[in-house]
Design a protein around this ligand. Structure first.
Ligand SMILES: [Zn+2]
Length: 66
């Protein structure tokens, strides 16, 4: 089994702030969300966090599209 170093992935993606393609760091983060149910319940949702290397703007996208 190959062992991968746990470095953040760098991808080229379009950045709305920069107005073009720039390098972005990608990581996955578990964020806790409060939900309005009868007993206030917290769900932990995985987010894909993309940070532009040029302007440092951060975009969080929820990963489970169920
Ligand atoms: Zn940018």
């Amino acid at each position: 089994m190959a062992t991968q170093p746990s470095e953040p992935d760098s991808i080229r993606e379009n950045c709305a702030d920069c107005g073009g393609e720039t390098l972005h760091d990608v990581r996955v983060e578990i964020r806790t969300e409060s939900q309005q149910t009868e007993n206030t319940k917290f769900s932990r949702e995985p987010y894909r966090i993309v940070v532009c290397n040029a302007c440092e703007s951060e975009t969080a996208t929820r990963m489970n599209n169920a």
